[in-house]
Design a protein around this ligand. Structure first.
Ligand SMILES: [Zn+2]
Length: 228
């Protein structure tokens, strides 16, 4: 799922907390604190109201230390995990391990929508270049405009020099294809940078993160020049 999009579930749960973020209405006889936990869990993607309730009651039953470990892990992620200042992949330091790896080919940059796609491509062990994470895909109807993506930092990386190929590995769906075309447009006139698009293998409309390693590898190897 693309990060800036909100799922129908998310919309429903947001609606249930009321407009303007006022506290949820607690049904009579229900603990206000427990209800608040259910509401927070139900905001998570793929978690419906029923699952949120089941998880909340589970957390209520488990030993305190176990539940607090989860809370601590969430806190740690929010405190220490950030985006790499070069490629925007998720990292714990300023720069991610992929950008720091001198063994990797810095002349080839694979452009993906999210860090999840980096993990999917890394799982194939067949790609040895660098990445650039756009942090989403173009979706004007959902309010995701070019300036919300990391396109400018990508262009800045290219301006510095040393990049000779950009593999556009956005998802082969409406948003991903639109983003690929926008990038192609932005890169028009940039000399000495070959722009390719992954194609073969990944079914149209699907997400890279959900397809098998072999298919991802196949799609990378079968990349084609993006025509003008
Ligand atoms: Zn990086």
């Amino acid at each position: 799922m693309t990060e800036p999009h909100s799922s129908p579930l998310k919309k429903r749960s947001l609606h249930s907390v009321g407009r303007g973020g006022e506290p949820p209405q607690t049904p009579p006889g229900v603990s206000r604190v427990l209800q608040a936990l259910v509401e927070e869990l139900a905001r998570l993607p793929g978690i419906g109201k029923k699952t949120a309730e089941r998880l909340a009651y589970h957390l209520l039953r488990v030993p305190k230390e176990e539940a607090l470990r989860l809370a601590h892990a969430i806190g740690e992620v929010k405190e220490s995990v950030r985006h790499c200042k070069t490629c925007f992949h998720i990292t714990e330091g300023e720069v991610c391990s992929i950008c720091l790896d001198a063994e990797r080919d810095s002349g080839v940059v694979c452009v993906v929508e999210q860090s999840k796609d980096v993990y999917a491509i890394e799982a194939t062990s067949s790609y040895h270049g660098r990445y650039h994470v756009l942090l989403g895909a173009l979706a004007p109807l959902d309010g995701v405009e070019p300036e919300h993506l990391t396109i400018e930092p990508l262009l800045a990386r290219i301006r510095v020099g040393g990049i000779h190929e950009l593999i556009i590995a956005t998802n082969p769906n409406f948003e991903g294809d639109g983003t690929a075309l926008l990038l192609r447009e932005k890169l028009r006139g940039v000399p000495d940078v070959r722009v390719t698009r992954i194609a073969r293998g990944i079914p149209s409309g699907s997400h890279i993160e959900h397809v098998s390693r072999t298919i991802v590898q196949d799609a990378l190897e079968g990349r084609r020049e993006m025509s003008d």
